[in-house]
Design a protein around this ligand. Structure first.
Ligand code: MSP
Length: 514
């Protein structure tokens, strides 16, 4: 692949309340891809941010007796702080209340209007404030005396107001053709089928402005209307690249986006509305939209009313950040819903991190300290067993890259942890403690073990950046300059150099510790 630019985005979050584990999950997933691609020599742009307009936010601000902008400033700051607590490597954090974004949205609106895709009419139909979404009559049911959307379960209200419409219906065939030509535009495949059948049932024109409230970006030349929050929000992916300046280097390098990471509940917006807006404005379409599943708490979607919100900051305090990141990536089947439980997380930390990877690092470093004076051995000679395990990384580099390019996150981690189990087995089988009479063999086993730590830690850098960095620092390696390619080499750690053991990577979690 020649294009070494990689643009990845998270959804921009509604600052209507504090962030929860679902938000943290979208962000951590995107961070893993961004970090992997940087490690593989790509020029990466990783974007996250907050989606601050619309009735949902206006109402939340009113409930808190605050002006919408003050309210957003406050919660957007909490989301920004969370990015730091999650150790996200984002290159930008966009807020839709920023000038650069307003400019882009109004430009895009004018473009759609000038091409004849926008007209004024009346909207009569259902609207959910909590989803900021319009629903068709056949998507509404009555439950406990309330009208709710069968798609999201949210309460809907009847709206009748003057509204500008976008000619979404003109794009039905074009979209179907696009999905057909780009079979991996929507992943996972099950979600793609869902979208295609929705589009095939027929697309109606979309209401893209609201008149009954004011918290939003004004429609150019008609100040009574604010632009529909999803047209506003989706444009963030362009405004962060300085659209409408098409000559801007960021835009030139990074558009079209490589990968939009989103939750499955916002698929329709990203795979129908967004490509239709872009097609209408003659802007290239993103390469891929991946809709992940939900993080469930007590087997249910988190919500304030159910009182089952999982707070990522609390979880980090209890388990540690890398432990949480590892667990979410390893144990939630990417693309499907995943339930979080304390028991699962403890088992996962103990079995994979403390007893497996952490243990291998620890026993190798201690053995080297005791038997090689903490110096990386130089008198070494690889035998076929050594080469077998060392080569099992080089032989799989293509597979590793393809796992990431196909968003096979669980298999990526499984590959690494399997290597770590093999490394422990190698250490047991080779039993260096029995080789004290054969110093060269003992040295070689130590050297091979250190090289395996290096390779595994490089692969783990995107998932558990602090801990993998710690292990690599113990080997005196600078993670800023390390590249993925170096896992194909076996003689990177400098013989004769002093090890710089940073200590235990992961403590085992006992039943009484949590
Ligand atoms: N503001 C819109 C996105 C606009 S993108 C142009 C939005 N915001 S949100 O804050 O409600 O949700 C943001 C993301 O968090 C969505 O991808 C959503 O799927 C995800 N999650 C919200 N709850 C979730 C879980 N319980 N589990 C996993 N992700 C979930 O939608």
């Amino acid at each position: 692949m020649d294009n070494k630019n990689y643009y990845i985005t998270t959804p921009i979050y509604y600052p209507s309340g504090n962030p929860h584990m679902g938000h943290a999950y979208s962000s951590i997933v995107a961070d893993v891809f961004a970090r992997f691609k940087r490690l593989d020599g790509y020029n990466v742009f990783f974007l996250t941010g907050t989606d601050e307009h619309g009735l949902k936010i206006q109402k939340a601000a009113e409930e808190n007796n605050q002006k919408p902008k003050d309210f957003c400033d406050n919660i957007s700051r909490i989301f920004k702080d969370l990015s730091k607590s999650l150790n996200l490597s984002n290159d930008d954090f966009i807020r839709t209340t920023e000038k650069r974004h307003h400019k882009a949205v109004q430009f895009l609106w004018d473009k759609l209007a000038s091409k004849g895709y926008i007209y004024l009419s009346m909207y009569k139909g259902w609207y959910s404030v909590s989803d900021e979404a319009y629903y068709n009559e056949d998507e509404i049911v009555e439950k406990d005396g309330k009208k709710i959307s069968v798609i999201s379960g949210s309460v809907v209200e009847w709206v009748e107001e003057e509204s500008f419409f976008f000619k979404l219906s003109s794009f039905q065939e074009k979209l179907l053709e696009f999905y057909n030509k780009n079979p991996e535009f929507i992943l996972p495949i099950s979600r793609k089928n869902e979208v295609i059948s929705f589009v095939k049932r027929g697309l109606k024109d979309l209401s893209v402005s609201r008149k009954s409230f004011s918290w939003g970006i004004k429609v150019p030349n008609n100040k009574k209307h604010v632009i529909y929050v999803w047209l506003d929000a989706l444009t963030n992916y362009l405004s962060a690249l300085n659209y409408p300046n098409l000559e801007d280097q960021l835009f030139k390098n990074f558009w079209p986006a490589t990968l939009h990471i989103i939750g499955k509940d916002i698929l329709r917006f990203h795979t129908i509305y967004w490509p239709a807006f872009l097609l209408a404005a003659d802007i290239k379409l993103p390469n891929r939209v991946y809709g992940h599943g939900w993080i469930l708490s007590d087997k249910e979607k988190m919500s304030k009313s159910k009182g089952n919100i999982l707070d990522p900051v609390e979880m980090i305090k209890i388990y540690g950040l890398d432990q949480l990141r590892y667990y979410l990536i390893k144990e939630v089947s990417f693309g499907n819903d995943g339930n979080i439980s304390n028991e699962n997380i403890e088992n996962c930390i103990n079995s994979d991190l403390a007893n497996n990877y952490g243990n291998f690092c620890q026993r190798s470093f201690s053995f080297a300290e005791k038997n090689c004076k903490g110096i990386v051995p130089s008198d070494i000679d690889f035998n076929s067993q050594d080469l077998k395990i060392l080569n099992s990384f080089s032989n799989n580099i293509k597979k590793i890259r393809s796992l990431i390019d196909n968003q096979q996150l669980n298999n990526y981690v499984k590959f690494i942890i399997d290597k770590s189990s093999q490394a422990n087995k190698y250490f047991n089988d080779e039993a260096p403690w029995n080789k004290k009479d054969n110093k060269k063999r003992l040295n070689t086993i130590v050297y091979v073990s250190l090289e395996i730590i290096r390779k595994i830690s490089i692969l783990l850098l995107p998932v558990i950046p602090y801990s993998a960095n710690k292990a690599l620092t113990s080997l005196n390696l600078n993670t800023k300059t390390l590249k993925l390619d170096s896992i194909t080499d076996h003689l990177i750690i400098k013989p004769g150099s002093k090890l710089n053991n940073q200590g235990i990577l992961f403590n085992k979690i006992g039943k009484n510790d949590s």
